[in-house]
Unconditional design. Structure first.
Length: 69
C-alpha cells in the first residue's frame, strides 16, 4: 500500500477516528523502538536453602488416622 493510498483512506475518516489512528501509529512507533526484554531463565539449584522441609514430613497426619485404619 502506498503512502498516497493511506493518506486518502485516512482523509475519509472523521477527525475523532483520525486521532485514534494517530495514537495507534504512535504506539506502533514506540513498540518498534522499545528494546526487547530478555527473559532470565532460572538455573537448577538457584532456590537452594530458601525452603525448609519439616522434620516430621513423613509422619501420618492426625486428620487421616481414621482413613488409614
Amino acid at each position: 500500500m502506498t503512502n498516497t493510498a493511506l493518506y486518502t483512506k485516512l482523509s475519509t475518516l472523521s477527525p475523532l477516528i483520525q486521532k485514534e489512528v494517530s495514537d495507534y501509529i504512535e504506539f506502533l512507533i514506540q513498540k518498534q523502538h522499545a528494546p526487547e526484554k530478555q527473559r532470565i531463565h532460572p538455573k537448577a539449584g538457584c532456590m537452594k536453602g530458601v525452603f525448609q522441609m519439616a522434620s516430621d514430613f513423613n509422619t501420618d497426619l492426625e486428620d487421616f488416622k481414621e482413613y488409614m485404619q
